[in-house]
Design a protein around this ligand. Sequence first.
Ligand SMILES: [Cu+2]
Length: 273
Amino acid sequence: MIRKLFYLILPVLTIYPSIVFSSEPKPWQLNLQEPAGIIAELSTDLHDFLLIVITLISLFVLGLLIYVCIRFRENKNPKPSKTSHNTIIEILWTVIPVIILVVIAVPSFKLLYIQETDKEFDMVVKVTGNQWYWNYEYPDEKLAFDSYMIPENEIKGDQKRMLDVDYPLVVPEGTKIKFLIAGNDVMHSFFVPSLALQTYSFAGRINEIWTEIPMGEKKYYGQCNQICGVNHAYMPIVIKAVNKSEYDKWLKKAKQKFASHDIQKNKLVMNNN
Ligand SMILES: [Cu+2]
């Protein structure tokens, strides 16, 4: 009995940590990833609301089509009407969609406003897209490093194929971060679904986006989602949230490890463009 119970719980025990401590796409996933932070939560709410609106409209149109097909079929309606105008219906099919759009606009503009207007951040991270890796820069810490995908034949332990990287973007939990997204060559896109981050990375231009990393140690997985060349599929993004003391420890080590990285390199490239 206990043995049976153990085998029943075993898959849950092995899958559980990856559910709790990371946000990544799951096999056969249908809906959005679990939202993290206020922007992602509001985006998910808007998505769920729109899904209801779209479903109701689609069902209504489908119902009308079925009704028309049956009610006005040739053998039931041999002499078709020659009506070409109906003022009441024309007013209705103009006014009702306008009302629906206004109802959709309210939560949509609210979300846009929050995304664009918040100006208080705990830290700034500059992200630069390259063919085919990301460069992360902490301007306040004078720290920058490259982040490459771990090749399939070098994956160890619970590392995820095509998602884990050698040096993730480490951030402290419970932090509001402003991301400056730049590019060095072709167009890339910085996309982390669970944090609702998605912004183009262009050369010679800086895009801004912010997110709030919630409390809790967790890995947030993302990918470049702008087709950018042969290795487009091999430049994943890992944002690793750790607690404050862990972050300070990491920062100290990283400053030594990446001391040789020339933080000016990206700036020069940006200026030349
Ligand atoms: Cu890319």
